[in-house]
Write a protein that binds this ligand. Structure first.
Ligand code: SAH
Ligand code: SF4
Length: 381
């Protein structure tokens, strides 16, 4: 609820205006977990709030830890039974960087884009998340951090779903997270990752700088990107890069490109050179991320020396590049893995067909052939 809507709701009940601040402190402060604990409020008002609102849409949550507690994975069961995930990653202070606590959140239950290396993609699309379901992942993590005397420093929309295909709600959630009267996290500390929804990027550009934009690139050549990001058939890589470039020019902000490194698929020297040609001269930063193992793909991460070679080709072309270590593998912290496990094992022949199709398609793509067949999604095909 926006502060204005809350003020109006209280005014209708003749509640003094200063109570709005107390309610907001209870909702956003991180100290309490229910309306009943809002002890600064009179009992009658608490009862009215209880009757009218849900305090938390992710109350039903299961936690798993990895990396010796540095990664905390939350599996949230929503009111209708949909499962989504958020992952809290702790980065201890280092000589030249401060301590960070980054939360990776979901924008949809499942995802319609269907990238074949992604556990969420395999699940298929469930539904868009509500604004409350997006911000409640943040409030949930924030409460855990407050208990430890810590604060959330960064939020990334890199969990389940394609944020630019639920853009109205994602923008409303970011407004709440940004708002000093609500969560109050600066726009620079929020990153939204997209698989390349060009109209969404253009809409963001028109709005001006709201947060850091990350684009999941994965491949610079259309035949291969068609396989890795099926949305590429709709908005090919040149259009995505053009929109990202315009965004960077209009907002003065650097674009982040994510590349999931898949052994023998998108990590060849040819691919590194194609990416260098594509991004040369741009205000861009490339993150190379070894693929997290997921079920039902024939693929695994590229070996580290191959990733280093790829990085070196990009750097030689003057493109700032980092290699990111993936987190939380042992609890399946890649996007959507826990939820995918819960959805049960698909029939073996469907899995075998999916693997064979991916091997054939990526092999053809390596040779530069572009298929115009619509790509079937998931293992239920
Ligand atoms: N749908 C958006 C945001 C969520 S996915 C997008 O695709 O950008 C967030 C990031 O996780 C993307 O860059 C995606 O490519 C990456 N990702 C998905 N599955 C992965 C895996 N198995 N290993 C490594 N990265 C993965
Ligand atoms: Fe969807 Fe992103 Fe996963 Fe692709 S990588 S299926 S766009 S969540």
């Amino acid at each position: 609820m926006t502060p204005d809507a809350l003020a109006a709701w209280l005014a209708e009940r003749d509640v003094p205006a200063y109570r709005a601040r107390q309610v907001a402190d209870g909702v956003w402060g991180g100290a309490i977990g229910s309306i009943d604990e809002m002890r600064t409020l009179p009992a009658v008002l608490r009862a009215e709030l209880e009757a009218a609102f849900r305090f938390d849409t992710v109350a039903d949550t299961e936690m798993k830890e990895a990396d010796g507690g540095l990664t905390e994975k939350a599996l949230h069961r929503l009111a209708d039974g949909a499962l989504i995930e958020s992952v809290l990653m702790h980065y201890p202070a280092r000589p030249n960087s401060r301590e960070r606590h980054t939360l990776c959140i979901s924008s949809q239950a499942g995802c319609a884009v269907g990238c074949p290396f992604c556990a969420t993609g395999e699940l298929g699309f469930g539904r868009d998340l509500e604004v409350a379901e997006i911000v409640d992942q943040v409030r949930f993590a924030s409460r855990r951090l407050t208990d430890e005397g810590q604060r959330l420093t960064n939020i990334v929309f890199m969990g389940m779903g394609e944020p630019l295909l639920n853009l109205d709600r994602v923008l409303a959630a970011i407004e709440a997270l940004n708002d000093r009267r609500r969560f109050g996290l600066g726009a620079r500390h929020i990153t939204v990752s997209t698989s390349g929804v060009v109209p969404g990027i253009r809409r963001l550009t028109a709005l001006g700088p709201q947060f850091t934009l990350a684009v999941s690139l994965h491949a610079a050549r259309d035949p291969l990107r068609d396989v890795l990001v099926p949305l590429n058939r709709r908005w090919p890589v040149a259009e995505v890069i053009e929109a990202a470039r315009d965004h960077s020019k209009a907002t003065g902000r650097r674009i982040s490109y994510e590349v999931t490194m898949i052994g023998g698929v998108n990590d060849t020297e040819l691919d590194a050179e194609a990416m260098a040609d594509l991004l040369r001269g741009d205000h861009a930063h490339v993150n190379l991320i070894p693929m997290n193992p997921v079920a039902h793909t024939p693929w695994i991460a590229s070996p580290m020396p191959v990733i280093e070679q790829f990085a070196s080709t990009l750097r030689t072309a003057g493109i700032e590049t980092t290699i990111r270590r993936n987190r939380g593998q042992e609890v399946g912290a890649a996007c959507g893995q826990l939820a995918a496990e819960r959805s049960g094992e698909p029939p073996a022949p469907a899995v075998a067909r999916r693997r064979a199709r991916l091997v054939a398609e990526s092999a053809a793509a390596l040779l530069g052939e572009r298929s115009h067949e619509p790509s079937p999604v998931g293992v239920g095909e």
